[in-house]
Design a protein. Structure first.
Length: 116
């Protein structure tokens, strides 16, 4: 698709926005803009222990949870999420995000609704 076809397809305003966004990305504007944002690090075992202690202090009930590997694999096989979800299957967080959604669906009984 040449530039004129793209402008016709996206419209002039949207095309200009895309050009500006790409130019800002090229010069590193986004990285500069978020330079002071906290970076995520996986919690250490000590961090997890502290989180658990803090939750208990405010009287949050904590229970061990042992999910079924087979049920999770079945959830994965259903392909509820698009291939580009959270960066796609090779993003490094794909299975983690699916696990979070699956556990929530199990805890709230959503699977029951899908199977009706």
């Amino acid at each position: 698709m040449n530039i004129f076809q793209k402008i016709r397809h996206y419209g002039l305003a949207r095309s200009v926005n895309k050009i500006i966004f790409l130019a800002l990305c090229k010069i590193g504007w986004y990285e500069w803009r978020v330079r002071n944002a906290p970076r995520y690090n996986n919690p250490t075992p000590n961090d997890l222990d502290q989180i658990e202690r803090d939750l208990r202090k405010i009287e949050v009930e904590i229970k061990d949870y042992f999910p079924s590997v087979e049920a999770f694999r079945a959830f994965q096989a259903e392909n509820y999420f698009p291939d580009d979800y959270h960066g796609g299957r090779s993003s490094g967080v794909w299975n983690e995000k699916l696990l979070e959604h699956w556990i929530a669906s199990e805890m709230f009984g959503f699977a029951r609704l899908w199977n009706e």
